[in-house]
Write a protein that binds this ligand. Sequence first.
Ligand SMILES: *Cc1c(COP(=O)(O)O)cnc(C)c1O
Length: 407
Amino acid sequence: MNDALLVYLDNNATTPTDPRVVETMLPYFYDIPGNSASRNHPFGWKAEEAVDYARDQIAELLDVESKEIIFTSGATESDNLAIKGIFEMYSGKGNHIITTKTEHKAVLDSCKKVEKMGGQVTYLDVKYDGLVDLAELEAAITDKTILISIMWANNETGVIQPMKEIGEICKKHSVLFMSDATQAVGKIVTHPREVGVHLMAFTSHKMYGPKGVGALFVSRKNPRVKVTAQMDGGGHERGMRSGTLNVPGIVGFGKAAAIAREEMHKDASRLSVLRDRLEKAFFENLEEVYINGNVDHRMPHVTNISFKHVEGEGLMMTFNQNIAVSSGSACTSASLEPSYVLVALGLGDDLAHSSIRFSLGRFTTNEDIEYAIKAVTAGVNHMRDLSPIWEMYKEGVDLESVQWSEH
Ligand SMILES: *Cc1c(COP(=O)(O)O)cnc(C)c1O
């Protein structure tokens, strides 16, 4: 690393822990070392008090009851607990789950496990803008459907699903509604009860809290929902998730929720201005730039952009010593696969491979954005200068009609 700016625009992968959160956690490592399940001495009582307080802070952010918050190790575990736990708990009612092709792997792989256990899963397509088709969703419901699992906001594109409308469909057909809201909680208003969500997964480290702690909201009224524990042991968390609670982590998670409740609107309006500035600059500086996903229903701090005829991983290499972003390709064993989320939106391999996700956060500055605009613009120009495909495109060759040889 050189001494040039280091710019972090990968907040959807994880957010920095807010220093105010860190400060709140510190006493719980040494000064207050108790196990919150130790009922017979002040050390345990103090830890339990701290956990209760954090639970209240998180419940307040969600406008739910504290008892409806089940602590886990993160959103991956919460997704597993919700999907497998509902499948097991409601096996007498049915075995069918509906989800979408653009969910996080924690949801998709939990659904695959459910299929192995004898369940049936419908993976809905999404429209070109990333939104689910409500008519298609409703048509997929059968008398065996027990759960609909649809994420609140997508991690790659930031696209926000029509939660209220989906909630109404679930209510009409008496199907439970679960949402992986990891990318939305603490950034926009996410009140599960308001939109008819019965289970909601989220995690601390995507909202300026520490890593390794998350939660699952499980509705206790209208209807009262239960999930079968996936972790057996001491019967913590109302019997739904055993294991000693991560007290410092939970204290930090609570503080992060309290800060988010105070500051999310301020953060969102500041970041949407910076995000729009970034997009506008790319449109002004460069040709053949495309935004992926619905631009009107999307998180304020995220943009997923394809720079056509530029390979995203290569582009990233031109600036990744200084700027952290994510590309729309994933390394699987030997090859570079285009993102399954972008493929589900109907992007061709070329546009998917040429995409970059910029995710801004609470600590992103104007200076960061100006720096990113310069570096990414230079990178795209550099890559295109070297590219025979770009040259052909500029010469007006119809690239769709070119017969590429097999490799
Ligand atoms: C990050 C993420 C997860 C996984 O959360 P962890 O706490 O890292 O396990 C799940 N779903 C979505 C949408 C995410 O963005």
